[in-house]
Unconditional design. Structure first.
Length: 70
């Protein structure tokens, strides 16, 4: 099972995927807001979204799992 993790602390501003979606390596899956900047979260691997572990508006810490892939 692969995971997509948060690269830095901030607020999860937008999530672009949901369970069942097929994503490709390099695809933007979410946007993090930190210090008034929008930081894209990019998939490092391809796969099918099994679970999105955070919701829009949640505060996230660096290293937390955002998405589990099948």
């Amino acid at each position: 099972m692969s995971e997509i993790k948060i690269q830095m602390a901030g607020n999860l501003w937008k999530i672009h995927v949901k369970p069942g979606d097929v994503i490709e390596e390099g695809q933007e899956v979410a946007v993090l807001e930190s210090m008034k900047m929008e930081i894209p979260i990019i998939a490092e691997v391809s796969g099918t979204v099994k679970e999105v572990k955070k919701a829009e508006g949640d505060f996230t810490d660096e290293g937390e799992v955002l998405i589990e892939l099948q």
